[in-house]
Design a protein around this ligand. Structure first.
Ligand SMILES: Nc1ncnc2c1ncn2[C@@H]1O[C@H](COP(=O)(O)OP(=O)(O)OP(=O)(O)O)[C@@H](O)[C@H]1O
Length: 468
């Protein structure tokens, strides 16, 4: 079991040309903990008098400032989580931040340049590279892509639909089993056997996501998207299967503070525009409080789906996306505050291993047969039915390999079935008889040759070709 708090990272979006930079600084202490200090000048903030604090400091595992590129973000954040998923642990990476702060850019990527691809395509690429390298296990990979809008789930990977509206996509509903495990009804799991197939599925999902945008559901701002990579692995011959899920989550825009302007207050009335993010916050608050027994996961679909990622069996990472221009400083501060609370949540990730019942039955049948054979040998009660032709050929092969193995410590094991043991003895007899007669034949040939050479030499003496 791996006990770990949720890891929090911050990423600062580059300023657009006409944006005015806010005042902030990034520093790192001797233990490599990064700090972000945001300054809101007392005299003037966004045109209003600021009577509040001037300096806001937040700690993160690492802060990626404006110039940091996608490959560095992947290496630091996603690669370790992908490695854990390959080893059999659940993982979640979610991006949280206000609209336009770079959540989609970080999770999915930008369309302009190949180097702009984000965490999802890079993680898929990395996972398939690793699978190709590891021949010790058999891996199976599936992906799913869920969009949650207004408390309704939609399957973005439904291959039968060419969606023109979000409502055209199959609706996904939540079901809970008696052990409180969440199951998503109607969410398709599509198999991907290589990187290309997985990327095609991502593309299908992103296309559906874009096409299904309606005036009611503007851009990704109001919906949450969860791309999940499901990995299962098994060693050949073993009945134990490891299963893990890696959720890559692009949350809805988190803006919630209404800038009233009245009285010049900057950080005032909290107004939630997205109820499910409000419920997410409720869950985070409840989890961060000690001795809190009830966690309100069930209040929203998103918190139900991410239940394991928040205070459960998962290694979870949050990326706080920040837009640190002057106008968005207040939103960035509330994103950082949210992240600090998230950092208090402890998760306990366990290795997800289970026994495949089908393989287990095959193995147990074999064990039962071996035990029956041993019992029959001990009690003298022999099995009388004939061995099949296939079984006989298999036995011949096993004995031949054993006899031809130069290793003096090699063993012949055919179990306790007397029919098999007898057949092996017969094979050994025939094998050694064949070998002996072959050797006799060879000896005779050599003797004949020797005799012939002696005769030839005697003739040479007699004819005087050889002088002594
Ligand atoms: N690190 C970055 N480098 C370059 N461009 C970026 C970066 N982050 C974001 N952008 C650009 O900023 C714009 C807004 O980013 P993005 O769409 O990712 O925001 P978002 O947080 O997902 O918004 P929403 O909540 O509406 O989905 C996009 O044009 C994106 O390409």
């Amino acid at each position: 079991m791996v006990k770990q708090t949720i890891q929090i990272y911050a990423r600062v979006k580059p300023l657009a040309r006409r944006q005015q930079a806010g005042i902030y600084s990034v520093s790192e202490d001797e233990k490599s903990v990064s700090s972000l200090e945001i300054i809101v000048p007392r005299d003037l903030a966004d045109g209003f008098v600021n009577n509040k604090r001037e300096s806001y400091k937040f700690k993160f595992q690492k802060i990626f400032d404006q110039e940091v590129k996608q490959d560095a973000v992947f290496e630091s954040i996603a690669k370790p989580v992908a490695e854990c998923a390959l080893a059999g642990y659940n993982g979640t990476i979610f991006a949280y931040g206000q609209t336009g702060s770079g959540k989609t850019f970080t999770i999915t990527g930008g369309a302009e340049r190949y180097s702009d691809r984000g965490i999802i395509p890079r993680t898929l690429s990395y996972i398939f590279q690793q699978l190709e390298k590891d021949s010790s296990k058999v891996y199976t990979t599936h992906v799913s892509y869920l969009e949650i809008y207004n408390e309704c789930g939609y399957d973005l990977l439904d291959p039968r639909h060419e969606a023109s509206r979000l409502e055209d996509l199959p609706k996904v509903t939540i079901m809970e089993d008696p052990d409180q495990n969440i199951h998503l009804k109607n969410l398709s799991l599509q198999q991907a056997t290589n990187e290309e197939e997985a990327l095609n599925l991502l593309f299908l999902g992103d296309t559906n996501r874009m096409i299904a945008e309606t005036p009611m559901n503007q851009a990704s701002t109001r919906s949450h998207c969860i791309f999940t990579i499901h990995i299962s692995s098994k060693e050949p011959g073993s009945a134990t299967i490891r299963r893990s899920k890696l959720h890559l989550v692009d949350l809805a825009g988190s803006e919630r503070v209404a800038k009233t302007g009245v009285g010049g207050q900057l950080l005032t009335e909290a107004k939630y525009i997205n109820l499910s993010l409000h419920y997410l916050e409720q869950v985070i608050i409840a989890l961060a409080e000690k001795h809190r027994s009830h966690i309100p996961y069930r209040n929203s679909m998103m918190t139900s789906v991410l239940r394991d990622s928040l205070g459960g069996n998962c290694m979870t990472t949050m990326i706080a996306t920040l837009s640190l221009d002057k106008r968005n400083i207040d939103e960035s501060i509330s994103t950082c505050r949210f992240a600090q609370r998230v950092a208090l949540i402890k998760n306990e990730a366990v290795l997800n291993e289970e026994i495949d019942p089908r393989l287990m039955i095959i193995q147990l049948k074999k064990v039962i047969q071996e035990l029956k054979d041993e019992l029959a040998m001990v009690t003298g009660e022999q099995r009388t039915e004939e061995l099949t032709q296939e079984e006989l050929l298999q036995l011949d092969e096993i004995v031949k390999t054993f006899l031809e193995d130069p290793d003096p410590e090699s063993m012949l094991d055919v179990g306790a079935d007397m029919r098999k043991i007898k057949h092996c003895f017969n094979y050994v007899k025939v094998y050694s008889d064949t070998n002996t007669s072959e050797k006799k034949e060879e000896l005779k040939k050599l003797r004949d040759l020797l005799h012939q050479r002696d005769n030839e030499i005697s003739i040479l003496y007699v004819t005087g070709f050889i002088w002594v």
